[in-house]
Design a protein around this ligand. Structure first.
Ligand SMILES: [Fe+2]
Ligand SMILES: [Fe+2]
Length: 287
């Protein structure tokens, strides 16, 4: 009897109790092809107009390059983890970020099409150009914080600042806002059966998990020593506020208005989300 690999791939832990190990090992013969199907996405792409393509590329360049940046800078956070529980969580997060990067790599190859021969070449090709907020955040602040942790893994202030930057500014505020608006726009256009919609929703689910972790780490730090950590988190956020709006600012306002939204609405959503997270951590920005 043919082995139902899809059933095994989707099985819950409970259902795995009914599956034989020899059937699981059949995955070896399938190879490492993923199960996301971009064929409808490719069709949409071929039928889309210039503005649509430009708007999508703008957003996906930020996401693709951003996923690679957060993958490459997370290892020092793992070395600097103050407890084994945090070390284990961050190790799982690193795998998530790598998977997100590969998702965009596949989307680029299968939907947009590219002559790039390697991931490195493709990342150079898609690097978001002329976005100052993004460049400072992802090419200066994030790597320099990671470098501080790499040089001194015992620097817990650097760890708190890093989690504020990584989990609260980048993931909770910028990434989840962008994901929310793009996925809602696809849902309004009845595109929920597209490979991108499904994969990106799975990514948003991972990101939510990362954000909950970040909130918990900062909450505990503030609870333990409010005088030391609250001002540190506040200072990092205040410095990052212009970078948040700078990253979400499109080079052409039609990339947002064409889809029934305004830039101020998106920024409002981003800052409302940020404030919600801060309330959960136990601080406010009125400092
Ligand atoms: Fe990610
Ligand atoms: Fe993440």
């Amino acid at each position: 009897m043919a082995v139902d690999l899809d059933r095994i791939g989707r099985a819950s832990l409970k259902e795995l109790g009914d599956i034989r190990i020899d059937d699981v090992l059949s995955f070896i013969d399938r190879g490492i092809e993923g199960d996301i199907d971009f064929s409808l996405d490719r069709q949409d792409w071929l039928e889309s107009d210039e503005l649509d393509r430009k708007a999508t590329m703008w957003s996906h360049r930020l996401f693709f390059n951003g996923e690679e940046r957060v993958t490459s800078t997370l290892a020092p956070f793992v070395w600097a983890a103050p407890t084994p529980e945090i070390e284990i969580f961050l190790s799982t997060q690193m795998v998530d970020e790598a998977r997100h990067t590969v998702f965009f790599q596949r989307w680029w190859h299968e939907v947009v099409g590219t002559g790039a021969k390697s991931l490195g070449e493709l990342l150079t090709e898609i690097r978001p150009e002329a976005n100052e907020g993004y460049n400072i955040l992802f090419y200066e602040r994030l790597p320099s914080t990671a470098q501080r942790l790499a040089s001194n893994p015992k620097d817990f202030d650097a760890f708190v600042e890093g989690v504020t930057l990584y989990h609260i500014v980048i993931e909770a505020t910028i990434a989840l806002t962008g994901q929310r608006f793009e996925l809602e726009a696809m849902r309004e256009q009845s595109l929920t059966d597209r490979g991108f919609y499904r994969g990106f929703t799975a990514i948003a689910r991972d990101e939510s998990r990362h954000v909950s972790f970040g909130i918990k780490v900062l909450q505990e730090a503030v609870h333990e020593d409010p005088a030391r950590f609250a001002p540190l988190i506040q200072k990092t956020l205040v410095e990052c506020l212009p970078l948040i709006s700078g990253t979400l600012d499109p080079p052409d306002p039609r990339y947002i208005t064409e889809y029934g939204h305004t830039e101020s609405e998106i920024l409002q959503y981003a800052f409302d989300s940020l404030n919600k997270r801060l309330r959960a951590i136990g601080i406010n920005l009125a400092a």
